[in-house]
Design a protein around this ligand. Structure first.
Ligand SMILES: Cc1ncc(COP(=O)(O)O)c(C=O)c1O
Length: 379
């Protein structure tokens, strides 16, 4: 029986009261008071031109693909080591994925191998800030600018992380956030599109409202709304926004807890990792991480599996992460082959993520650490 799960949603206090208030307000559809307050929080904290809540990060990525007017045959560069939505949102518009390998230290898109992947058909570069540790944005933006290619940051993990003092999510013309249950801030399922290039704001509001100018009508800019563009229903209920606002407002508490958990693992596992050829997460000096996850890179697939199995016998759930996208059924249809992204292939086999949630007690964390230290497979 699992006694220490991998994730538990963290409830911080005001979620239910705010949801009750949304009910009392008489608006539980999208873009009510709580959605506006979430938008204001993100815009104020991050300094982005516009934030729009969405039903998921996946949907925010789909909006990005629509905003960039991705057409069949266009190429989009993504790391192979990411969640399927990073690229699927673009493939839905007909794009051809171009998979980049990752750096062995941060597990982020390897900027030194990026430029050679660019062709005249490249229409977007979508870096992922893995575990909320910033990609080498200076290099990526310089390459993108040289070729006139827009950058969309998949910042699903990285809200409140920084690169060279600047918030992740503020570098690309667009960026996407996730508020899925596994993320630092959650409403169960949710996301946001961050818009840094104001030229996208008006159309983004239309795409999010089923291709209509309904948002303009609510602001009194037009007297009736109609169908004027492509679109879908990308806005979440105000009930979810109410839940999310409570989480945003507990930002200091949530981040302090997550920091405590991350630092405990790092301190207690550091020596063991060195002795056993295990790598712990690397956070470059220019990056401030938001303590989204704690992973370890084991020396081999066999050692990784043995550790997961051993922890399971102790009632502890540790999990691996992304499988290389270029080797997936879909990735192979686009020409992906073994050996294309060797770092991704190796990391995917060896990575294990440890239980990480704000209610994780020091006692339970100690159990996790003890179980790891006594694992026979790594002795
Ligand atoms: C890097 C990355 N992008 C996008 C997503 C999709 O997020 P969502 O579940 O909010 O659609 C995930 C999911 O965890 C992710 O890890």
């Amino acid at each position: 029986m699992i006694k220490i799960p991998f994730n538990k949603p963290g409830f911080v206090g005001n979620e239910q009261a705010y949801m009750a208030q949304a009910v009392a307000n008489g608006q539980i559809s999208g873009d009510g008071e709580f959605t506006r307050r979430c938008h204001a929080f993100l815009e104020h904290e991050l300094g982005v031109a516009k934030a729009l809540l969405t039903t998921s990060c996946t949907h925010a990525l789909e909006m990005a693909a629509l905003l960039l007017d991705i057409q069949p045959g266009d190429e989009v560069i993504v790391p192979s080591f990411t969640f399927v939505s990073t690229i699927n949102a673009f493939v839905l518009r007909g794009a051809r994925p171009v998979f980049a390998d990752i750096r062995p230290d941060t597990l982020n898109l390897d900027e030194t191998r990026l430029e050679r992947l660019i062709t005249p058909r490249t229409k977007a570069i979508v870096p992922v800030h893995y575990a909320g540790v910033g990609c080498e944005m200076d290099a990526i933006l310089a390459i993108a600018a040289r070729h006139g290619v827009p950058v969309v940051e998949d910042n699903a993990h990285g809200l409140l992380g920084r690169y060279k003092g600047r918030w992740l999510g503020t570098f690309g013309c667009l960026a996407t956030q996730s508020f899925h249950e596994t993320k630092n801030f959650t409403c169960g399922e949710g996301g946001a599109l961050l818009i840094n290039d104001p030229r996208f704001i008006e159309r983004a509001e239309i795409l999010r409202e089923k291709g209509t100018n309904r948002s303009q009508m609510f602001r009194g800019q037009v007297d009736k709304y109609s169908w004027i563009d492509l679109g879908s229903s990308y806005l979440p209920s105000d009930l979810l926004a109410a839940f999310l606002l409570a989480q945003f407002e507990s930002r200091d508490h949530i981040q302090a807890q997550r920091r405590r958990i991350w630092e405990f693992y790092a301190a207690r596992l550091g020596d063991w990792a060195l002795q056993h050829h295990v790598s712990l997460p690397f956070v470059p000096e220019q990056c401030e991480q938001p303590f989204h996850m704690f992973y370890m890179l084991m020396p081999s697939l066999a050692a990784r599996q043995a550790l997961i199995d051993h922890l399971k016998t102790k009632g502890i759930l540790a999990v691996f992460h992304y499988l290389p996208l270029h080797l997936s059924v879909m990735g192979r249809q686009f020409g992906g082959q073994s050996g294309n992204c060797p770092v991704t292939e190796s990391v995917s086999d060896r990575l294990v993520r440890l239980p990480f949630y704000i209610a994780l007690s020091e006692k339970d964390q100690e159990r996790v650490v003890t179980a790891i230290l006594e694992c026979p497979a790594t002795k």
